[in-house]
Design a protein around this ligand. Structure first.
Ligand code: SF4
Ligand code: SF4
Length: 66
């Protein structure tokens, strides 16, 4: 059974630095029209939490079990 993860970005806290787009090995994130990161391809997430760890504004939460 494929592992499922939930990725949430708090757009109030995201400042659009792009670190999560750069670090994600599965290219889950894109910028929306307001230059806020948004998890466009959440189904590709492998739950590595690199985005969660790198975000300077603690805007990303990854949940789910490996
Ligand atoms: S790392 Fe955090 S602040 Fe930077 S674009 Fe991603 S969600 Fe936004
Ligand atoms: S947990 Fe890993 S694969 Fe999932 S969105 Fe974050 S960096 Fe990408």
């Amino acid at each position: 059974m494929p592992k499922k993860f939930t990725v949430e970005v708090n757009s109030q806290w995201c400042k659009g630095c792009g670190l999560c787009l750069a670090v994600c090995p599965k290219k889950v994130f894109d910028f929306d029209e307001n230059l806020k990161s948004t998890p466009k391809r959440m189904e590709d997430c492998i739950g590595c939490k690199q985005c969660d760890n790198i975000c300077p504004d603690l805007a990303i939460t990854v949940e789910g079990s490996a």
